[in-house]
Design a protein around this ligand. Structure first.
Ligand code: HEC
Length: 153
């Protein structure tokens, strides 16, 4: 690698570190954490959507593993991730709409729908793609049900 290229990479790395340092209060940490949480949810739900849609071969062992991970994620208490004052009105880095706090009961209802969708999916994940399909549809609806109202486009 050329010296100039290495220097350029180092500078880019330092710039990234500086940005990181500026972005480190409790609201910022909550934002990063909930985005990480959502990434984990997607990482586990994604292949289930793929299997249900026939874009991916059904695999009972994998479906069981993913559904089990989702169950654990859905059982986590997530209240601290949703700090009041950390909406997209306050921070450019988030897509969380102020409605989360303005309509907090509705938000909790949406979260509950997600928990229930996962809890009904998990026991049938190993029982074939037909059994999985309807439950995965409900899971997808639970994501959309929340995102439609509480997440910016
Ligand atoms: C109770 C509400 C709620 C439910 C249920 C929900 N989400 Fe989210 N999701 C959000 C909000 C709000 C954001 C924006 C978070 C932010 O930017 O701070 C988000 C962001 C995301 C992101 C972007 C994360 C990033 O990289 O910034 C993904 C991916 C995602 N959700 C996937 C899912 C999937 C898949 C499901 C269902 C299996 C789901 N979500 C269920 C509210 C929800």
């Amino acid at each position: 690698m050329k010296r100039s290229k290495i220097a350029g990479l180092l500078l880019a790395g330092m710039a990234a570190l500086t940005t990181q340092a500026a972005f480190s209060g409790p609201n910022e940490v909550a934002i990063e954490t909930r985005q990480g949480y959502m990434k984990m949810v997607k990482f586990n739900a994604g292949p289930l959507f793929g299997m249900a849609k026939g874009k991916m071969d059904y695999n009972a062992a994998l479906a069981t593993e993913l559904a089990g991970n989702l169950l654990q994620l859905s059982e986590m208490k997530t209240g601290r991730m949703w700090r009041e004052g950390s909406s997209d009105d306050d921070y450019a880095e988030t897509d969380a709409l102020i409605e989360i706090w303005a309509q907090s009961e509705k938000f909790l209802t949406r979260e509950q729908a997600f928990k229930e969708a996962v809890a009904t999916l998990e026991p049938v994940a190993s029982q074939g793609v037909e059994a999985l399909r309807g439950k995965v549809r409900d899971l997808g609806k639970s994501c959309k049900g929340c995102h439609d109202t509480f997440r910016a486009e």
